[in-house]
Design a protein around this ligand. Structure first.
Ligand code: CP
Length: 318
């Protein structure tokens, strides 16, 4: 594994290695260990062409806890606004000394392009590209599920037989795509629930079931319900129902949440639209894993950085 672009590239062993390494890294999240020296002397550039709170801060925390040197690049306020291309930006960063690149980009395929071309010889970690993939989000979601379901016995375990329902704006969701591939690679069953206009046309080729009836799916007592953010900023041509209609048909309202078994986990990648796809009663309940997902993101990103970057200095990958 030289890059982390898509969860489709991960087989079961790759996924378990990442998750088990994250279990080791969680000692820093519990403050038992402050920092690890694993990436001392390695320079990681965080290249963010799109806004982010969780992913950007979490990658930066992960890099610092591994003792890497960190350069943060935001497209806003950079020479990107003067028309500088991804290639020229990447080569500039390489000349400055980047050993690894974390990239978030509004265009599908930008991280793959960076990994495939010889503009920069360094591991590339996809922090979310367009409507394509968000692999570290899916990994932290799988980690959170494993930890909640298996506790201290999580190491080495997959998600065989676990039923996860993903609800909402599947059409625009890189989180949904990455989760469908990763969760099913780990043995879970995935059901997608969305308004017909917010479902991609190719879901028949995905390893997931599709339903338009949230209440019928929730009645099957799933192990987890993952609500997705309605992505208003990407809603160009898609028909979006009225927000009240959406909340009534597809939102995890307080009433729907009360009807769930106490064992069903409530997940959301954030940022949340409270009152639209998720009620505060659900988001703030003990069944909610929203903040655990954020915390686990640091351990998972440490694992990915460690596995991809710990050899770059020795191998002279720059
Ligand atoms: N879940 C997620 O990617 O959040 P941010 O956009 O805040 O990084």
């Amino acid at each position: 594994m030289k890059h982390l672009i898509s969860t489709r590239d991960l087989d079961r062993d790759d996924a378990l290695l990442l998750l088990d390494t994250a279990v080791d890294m969680a000692a820093t999240q519990r403050r038992e260990v402050k920092k690890l020296p694993a990436l001392r002397g390695v320079t990681v550039v965080n290249l963010f062409y799109e806004d982010s709170t969780r992913t950007r801060i979490s990658f930066e925390a992960a890099e610092k806890r591994l003792s890497a040197d960190v350069i943060n690049f935001a497209a806003k306020g950079s020479s990107v606004s003067k028309g500088e291309s991804l290639k020229d930006t990447a080569q500039t960063l390489h000349a400055i000394g980047a050993d690894a690149v974390v990239i978030r980009h509004p265009s599908t395929g930008a991280p793959q392009l960076l990994a495939d071309r010889d503009w920069i010889d360094a591991p590339v970690l996809n922090a979310g590209d367009g409507m394509h993939e968000h692999p570290t989000q899916a990994l932290l979601d799988a980690y959170t599920l494993r930890e909640r379901l298996h506790g201290d016995a999580a190491r080495g375990r997959d998600l065989d037989g676990v039923h996860v329902v993903i609800v909402g704006d599947i059409l625009h969701s890189r989180v949904a795509r990455s989760n469908v591939w990763l969760l099913t690679t780990l043995g879970a069953k995935v059901t997608l629930v969305a308004p017909p206009t917010l479902l991609p046309s190719d879901t028949s080729t995905w390893p997931a079931e599709v339903s338009f009836d949230l209440d019928a799916v929730l009645a099957t007592r799933p192990d987890a319900v993952m609500l997705l953010r309605i992505q208003a900023e990407r809603m160009r041509d898609a028909y979006f129902p009225h927000t009240r209609e959406y909340a009534r048909m597809w939102g995890l309202s307080a009433a729907r949440f009360e009807g769930l078994p106490a064992t069903t986990l409530v997940m959301h990648p954030g940022p949340m639209n409270r009152g639209l796809e998720i009620s505060s009663a659900a988001a703030d309940s003990p069944q909610s894993t929203v903040l655990e997902q954020v915390a686990n993101g640091v351990s998972v990103r440490m694992a990915a950085l460690y596995l991809l970057c710990s050899g770059v200095r020795e191998e002279g990958a720059r």
